[in-house]
Write a new protein. Structure first.
Length: 100
C-alpha cells in the first residue's frame, strides 16, 4: 500500500513549528465561525469550522501547531482533516510560520 500523497501546502505545514496569523490578517468571529481578511492580498476567507477558529486564536498560547491542535481536543484520527484545512490557510498566507 502506498503512502497518501500530500499537497505542497500540506508538506509546507510543519506541525512542530510555531505559527501565527499573518501580521496583515484580521480575524473576525461570526456566528458561523469567522472571517479572515488579508489586507495585503485583499483575500477574504470564511472559516465555517469553529474548531479551526479556536486553533487559530490559540496559536499565541502554544509553542507549536501540534500543541494548539491537541489543546483543541482533536483526535489523532481527525488530524489529517485539520492539517489539510490549516495547510490551505498557509497557502493563502493567512497563517505564517514564526522562525525563532
Amino acid at each position: 500500500m502506498s503512502a497518501p500523497v500530500k499537497s505542497s501546502q500540506e508538506a509546507a505545514l510543519d506541525l512542530d513549528a510555531r505559527w501565527a496569523l499573518h501580521p496583515q490578517v484580521a480575524l473576525r468571529p461570526e456566528s458561523f465561525g469567522a472571517l479572515l481578511y488579508h489586507f495585503g492580498t485583499r483575500k477574504l476567507s470564511f472559516l465555517k469550522n469553529r474548531t479551526i477558529v479556536t486553533i487559530i486564536e490559540s496559536l499565541p498560547d502554544h509553542s507549536d501547531l501540534r500543541s494548539a491542535i491537541m489543546a483543541a481536543g482533536i483526535a489523532e484520527s481527525a488530524l489529517p482533516q485539520y492539517t489539510r484545512a490549516l495547510a490551505t490557510l498557509v497557502g493563502s498566507h493567512m497563517i505564517v510560520r514564526i522562525d525563532a
